[in-house]
Design a protein around this ligand. Sequence first.
Ligand code: ATP
Ligand code: MG
Length: 389
Amino acid sequence: MNDILLLKPGELVLKGQNRHFFEDRLRSNVARRLKSLGRFQITSVQSTVYVEPLEDDIDLDEAFRRCRQVFGIISLCRAAACEKDKDAILNTALRYLEPELRRAKSFKVESKRSDKRFPMTSIQLSQYVGGGIGEAFPDLPADMHDPDLVVHVEVRETAAYVHAGGVPGAGGLPVGTCGRAVSLLSGGIDSPVSTYMIARRGVQIIPVHFFSFPYTSELAKDKVLKLAKKLLPWCGRLTLEVIPFTHIQEEIRDKCPEEFFTLIMRRFMMRLAQSVAMANGCGALVTGENLGQVASQTMEAIRCTEAPLELPVLRPLIGFDKEQIIGIARQLDTFETSILPYEDCCTVFTPRHPRTKPKPEEVEEAEAVLDVEALCREALENTERIPIQ
Ligand code: ATP
Ligand code: MG
């Protein structure tokens, strides 16, 4: 019998009526992540998701690693399967959990029995397995109140399972259960983190990147592709939309007052992202903006930036310190890529003295010389879509 994975769904058990919708989505997200490893049977029984390999040579360690990156799972473990027989269960516990039993300072056995035809009660089974472990490890005391190791035994319909408890999962909600959003993905440290945080709330992400070739190089685009690739396991499916931004930036540089360059540029980003959002049924935009981090992220600047928008902008990092953001970027393994020294389009035409307390009407006036609609249309018509694999 093959080992299996047991996944414990997180918040979705709280969702009452919607629970089936959440569980279905979780199972299909898990299935998609595991598909390339072989055939699995994925079922939910009493708020646990069972992942059972249907082929013998499946890499279950890799399957476990992948499941750790699926949102909606609060904890997960690998369990050994055996016959529904008390001695088979004891022997499996002794063999499968030997390293844990050697290390532990005390233990107890906890049994669950959903197959009520099994001839022992849960308590009898725990006592039997606990007794056998005590004989095999005479120096390991049983402790019912505060054990170092809990040996879990579950007797289900088709088999019995033994495991030593779970490790934390990715948390959050299954991607796809909370709608869709367009995430503005630069090559920086912040936006991969903000993308991850909103995906974690169950949102399907469409990443967009504004690309100012030749002011920013192909290397800058590769860097964004690399970041998107690192986000893929968390986000499920991603198609990066690369929106050409050069003409817009040149127009701004040639026709607008320098102190408003960045703000006008950012308003264009928002409009374009909103168009992509509308075309794809998205409910919001996501940015890595962070209050006070740069001149374009003061409250006044943020007000000007979002003024042309109808959709809400989600800014999960707004109140974070840089250290906290970097901490998450390191966990995601995006940090080292983000700090590669390629130019971003924001740094191409940076004003020497940006306005930190701009007024919306001043920015609008500065922008009025541009044919906003035509510039946006041109950029959207030339957008490149890159499926991330
Ligand atoms: P990051 O570290 O993510 O680049 P930042 O602190 O450098 O952010 P800005 O450059 O002002 O801040 O950008 C703020 C947000 O605007 C970014 O977090 C990102 O969401 C979006 N953004 C900036 N530049 C681009 C770009 N070239 N393409 C897509 N989105 C961008
Ligand atoms: Mg940036």
